[in-house]
Ligand binder design. Structure first.
Ligand code: SF4
Length: 316
């Protein structure tokens, strides 16, 4: 992807990131860049590799190959201890807050824990900051001494967000942070995330299967299919003029958008049996002979906008 005109160095630069689990090719040659203060959205169906990509960025699982440069340093070259220290600057918000919140800890302990782990502050200042963060995420101070299970799903996600922000990370990776919540509280949590991001100047990688959520949250958007990034670019451009047949099919299945092309048919293939050539060819309404034999290269289709499809060969 081409550089943003106003910033020379991205805060996160991912190059050819790949993850195999035995025969399963979960993530294949993913490359992208994220600039400070922006939200980079990754969208795709279940099985597209977007959640695996999120975990690879933070080395919650180790990549098979590739590069992850964070704030100019090579994250994958760090030894375990240096990586633990670096996690202060890289936090994650998961889909299911209960999975990431220890049920035996009070909310105050949960929010203070990342500060304790990274040696930030004293017991008194950590508690004060936990209280301030609770206030920021819209929960009362009385929550400090209660347990996560006493709260609703939306409130628990607020607690998880407060915990993720406790170390003032430069980058937050949010993996489907509202998809387990009732529709009625999704917008509240998304607005909270946007507000906190602006207030703290946090950069975000935001994973979702829901294009409406991506449209609401993100500056840049990347579309993943079967472990690969098939299209990426500024949100306004990708939403106004999607170039890849898969992106178009995803958009056509969005409520409120006219379906100019056929809807997405069939199931995403298994990542242990990736089709030859273009991985999307088994579902692509425009597949032709070349698509089975040759994988399309990613090419520029506009300023900062790239897509990988043989049909774009003739594009200017
Ligand atoms: Fe469809 Fe072929 Fe383009 Fe793949 S390369 S998206 S199969 S037209």
């Amino acid at each position: 992807m081409t550089a943003s005109p106003d910033q020379a160095t991205p805060i996160l630069a991912v190059q050819d990131l790949t993850k195999r689990f035995g025969p399963v090719q979960a993530v294949r040659g993913v490359s992208f860049q994220v600039w400070a203060g922006q939200t980079f959205g990754i969208v795709g169906e279940s099985g597209s590799g977007k959640s695996t990509t999120a975990r690879l960025l933070l080395r919650l699982i180790e990549p098979t190959s590739g590069e992850v440069q964070f704030q100019g340093g090579d994250l994958l070259a760090l030894a375990a201890r240096a990586m633990r220290e670096q996690r202060r600057h890289l936090q994650m918000v998961f889909q299911d807050p209960m999975g990431s919140l220890n049920p035996r800890m009070t909310v105050g302990e949960l929010i203070a824990e990342p500060m304790l782990v990274h040696g930030i502050g004293t017991a008194v200042t950590r508690r004060q900051r936990a209280q301030a963060l609770l206030d920021e995420v819209g929960l009362p101070a009385s929550a400090l001494t209660r347990f996560a299970h006493e709260f609703s799903g939306g409130q628990r996600q607020r607690i998880a967000i407060a915990r993720a922000l406790a170390t003032e990370p430069a980058l937050v990776v949010a993996d489907e942070p509202v998809s387990a919540l009732d529709v009625s509280v999704q917008a509240q949590v998304l607005n909270l995330l946007l507000d906190l991001k602006d207030r703290h100047g946090t950069t975000m990688v935001f994973i979702s299967h829901d294009l409406r959520v991506i449209e609401f949250m993100c500056d840049q958007v990347a579309v993943m299919y079967l472990g690969e990034m098939v299209e990426a670019g500024p949100k306004a451009q990708v939403f106004a003029a999607p170039q890849h047949p898969y992106t178009r099919a995803l958009f056509d299945s969005m409520p409120g958008r006219g379906a100019a092309a056929p809807h997405l048919q069939g199931e995403i293939p298994s990542p242990s049996a990736v089709p030859s050539g273009c991985a999307f060819r088994t579902r692509c309404p425009q597949a032709h002979a070349r698509c089975a034999s040759e994988a399309p290269a990613s090419r520029s289709v506009g300023a900062g906008h790239v897509a990988a499809c043989h049909l774009l060969d003739a594009a200017p």
